[in-house]
Design a protein around this ligand. Structure first.
Ligand code: ACM
Ligand code: ZN
Length: 672
């Protein structure tokens, strides 16, 4: 009896384990005893005959055919039905007993998600008995891949579609164009793929720092590539079968160096290699963009067409006769008006074709018309601002949703663009935070973005995407109401191991090192609470927790934007401050914590001095140190420490950055 009980408990645990490991977590799930054993066969029935002809349930029937033995058993049924009054077009439900499986959904997509859940509930050919009622919290659950900075094969994109679909994503956004290479065949403009798709160096960083030249297709050593329209159609169909819409992005008016080298007449000066921005004064620009978008719309049925719109320098516009003329004609008071004009005009063009313009949050500036959707990449506040204008919003703020930053201690990781965005940070994102109900009504959903400047291989893409994308899967599908990181982490660990076992190069979450101990544990020392006088101010953008940042006992972490670091910029001694310990005392150690990241223009000081004084007037130097600027420096931190024996009440720190425009980032100053 005892043995039987133990077996029974283990069996229950196994099934309960299935439910507990579902990711994203369903809205409602109840597990029951027993399992449906596919190896014993089944009979397929349609409760709604329409499903036989509309093909919606095909993902389930095909999955079941693969999961089971070929024999049929008329006493065991797989019943498929249309869910007439589903809470969402993407909803599905499952009712699994030991002799029946009932799947209901309101669309083909719903049946696709039902398969994703069935798959996770099935171990060794047996699906755990359960009742699941499930639907997404958000309509947009996206992932973006930058295929411009590095190019990835069609097969690799299909593999990612399979993975995204298994976690109930419904959008794959392709960043198809940027300075680093144009990636879509456009029949009307062959130079885009003969020239603009190819560059001199395979590594983006080498190319970017080494001249940024394009070469003709077929040149020995040329790096690049593009997708033919036929290939992209194939991808669109493949993704649609799996519940995913492919969203194309064509950058304008900026990030377009490659176009303006292939077609220099579209820039203000008509010279190749001079500009990143189209000339918005020239009518030819609109003809080009409309012709390109026309071919894009022929290939991509997506309602949303992404036109970029970010980071326009507009440098050539003020002096361009055509731009000035356009400003005068349109009554635009500055060059920002030209950007809005271009975006507005493209929005009208897309609207007239039954599509919707989608762009990065810079497009909020200027009056765009209602049918516009904004993808937030800067501060989440931009999402609220966009919603207040009446635009629909997709949240992808860099702090949480950019997956190109380090996911663990930088010294343990392949080189990344910088920052520190571990799984926990992504999971902590709440897209609807601080939104009013009216603003929330415009919130379509969330997206994770992978920029690939530092990510040259498909294996590296997977390493950066997973498991962090799983956090966004959970936020997008399950929602943000019942977060529990420990529970999520356990499921993410399980999925990461499963992905790795099936040939996906996910980051090994089980070996995560985590944030710096300085960040996670309080620092105890003599200067905690000491007043600090800043002889040169810290930047308002990197102001930590204000004047007390350096003496609050809380160290900076791997992310220089984590609110614990102070950033200094400027000529001469940009870092210049004095600590007051309150009374003179014996001091044996003074240590300052510095941050470095070449990608963010943050460097260790080229010159750094520690001076001490008893009276605040007569200082003497006890420590000097400095290192040359290392432009390419990877993210790192270093404590610079003096040890000795001094009487001191005042401690003055001074530091220079040897590069104009470079930063010094410092956090705790520890005194013992
Ligand atoms: C962006 O990261 N510039 C959208
Ligand atoms: Zn111009």
């Amino acid at each position: 009896m005892k043995k039987y009980l133990l077996t029974f408990c283990l069996f229950l645990c196994g099934l309960w384990g299935s439910a507990q490991s579902l990711l994203p977590a369903p809205q409602r799930v109840r597990m029951h005893e027993g399992a449906f054993d596919w190896s014993r066969g089944y009979r397929l029935r349609y409760a709604d005959k329409a499903l036989k002809s509309n093909g919606w349930a095909q993902p389930v029937s095909e999955w079941a055919a693969r999961a089971s033995a070929t024999r049929s058993d008329k006493h065991r049924v797989l019943l498929l039905n249309t869910w007439q009054e589903a809470p969402s077009p993407e909803a599905y439900s499952l009712h699994v007993t030991s002799d029946s499986v009932i799947v209901c959904a309101a669309s083909r997509q719903g049946f696709t998600y039902a398969v994703a859940t069935l798959q996770q509930l099935t171990k060794a050919g047996k699906t755990a008995c359960c009742d699941v009622t499930d639907f997404p919290a958000y309509r947009w659950r996206g992932a973006m891949l930058d295929v411009s900075r590095h190019f990835f094969s069609l097969d690799f994109l299909k593999k990612q579609v399979d993975i995204l679909s298994a976690y109930k994503f419904n959008r794959l956004h392709l960043h198809l164009t940027d300075a680093a290479g144009w990636r879509m065949e456009i029949k009307r403009y062959p130079r885009l793929t003969e020239l603009a798709a190819w560059r001199t160096d395979s590594l983006w960083k080498t190319w970017w720092n080494g001249g940024r030249k394009y070469v003709e297709e077929g040149t020995p050593g040329a790096y690049g590539g593009y997708y033919t329209q036929q290939e992209l159609r194939e991808l669109v169909d493949y993704a649609a079968q799996r519940g995913i819409t492919v969203v194309p992005e064509i950058e304008m008016p900026a990030h377009s160096e490659e176009v303006l080298t292939a077609y220099p007449e579209l820039s203000c000066t008509h010279e190749p290699y001079k500009q990143a921005d189209f000339c918005p004064g020239n009518e030819a620009t609109y003809a080009f963009l409309e012709n390109v978008l026309t071919e894009v719309m022929e290939v991509f049925p997506s309602y949303y067409i992404h036109v970029g719109g970010d980071e326009a320098a507009k440098a050539s516009w003020p002096d361009c006769p055509l731009c000035r003329q356009r400003m005068a004609e349109e009554g635009l008071t500055d060059v920002n008006g030209l950007q809005s004009y271009l975006i507005r005009r493209m929005g009208a063009f897309l609207r007239q074709k039954g599509r919707c313009l989608l762009g990065w949050d810079e497009i909020i500036d200027g009056n765009l018309g209602e049918e516009t959707t904004v993808m937030v990449w800067r501060n989440p506040e931009k999402g609220r601002e966009a919603a207040d204008h009446g635009y629909d919003v997709i949240m992808a703020p860099g702090k949480y949703c950019y997956l190109d930053g380090y996911q663990d201690a930088p010294s343990t990781q392949p080189e990344a663009i910088g920052g520190y965005t571990p799984l926990r940070t992504v999971y902590d994102f709440c897209p609807a935070a601080d939104m009013t109900p009216a603003q929330r009504s415009h919130l379509l959903g969330v997206q994770g973005n992978l920029w690939t400047e530092y990510i040259p291989t498909p294996e590296h893409v997977e390493y950066m995407l997973y498991p962090r994308l799983l956090a966004l899967a959970e936020i997008g599908w399950t929602g943000e109401e019942r977060k529990d990181y420990e529970d999520f982490y356990r499921r993410a660990l399980h999925e990461t191991n499963r992905l790795r076992a099936t040939g996906v190069n996910a980051f090994d979450l089980s070996h995560e090192v985590g944030n710096r101990p300085e960040y996670t544990e309080p620092l105890r020392h003599q200067a905690v609470g000491a007043a600090v006088t800043y002889h040169h101010p810290y930047s308002p953008y990197y102001s930590g927790s204000g004047d007390s940042t350096l003496t609050d006992g809380r160290g900076g972490g791997w992310n220089y934007g984590d609110g614990r670091w102070l950033g200094f910029i400027g000529k001469d001694y940009a870092l210049d401050l004095t600590l007051d310990l309150g009374t003179a005392r014996e001091v044996t150690e003074i240590a300052a914590d510095f941050y470095q990241s070449g990608g963010a223009w943050i460097y260790f000081p080229t010159e750094f001095l520690i001076e001490v004084s008893e009276d605040g007037e007569n200082f003497h130097t006890v420590y000097t140190h400095g290192v040359p600027v290392e432009k390419d420096a990877r993210s790192a931190t270093e404590w610079w420490t003096w040890r000795g024996r001094e009487q001191a009440r005042y401690i003055r720190l001074r530091g220079k950055c040897g590069l104009e425009g470079g930063w010094i980032f410092i956090d705790e100053v520890v005194v013992r």
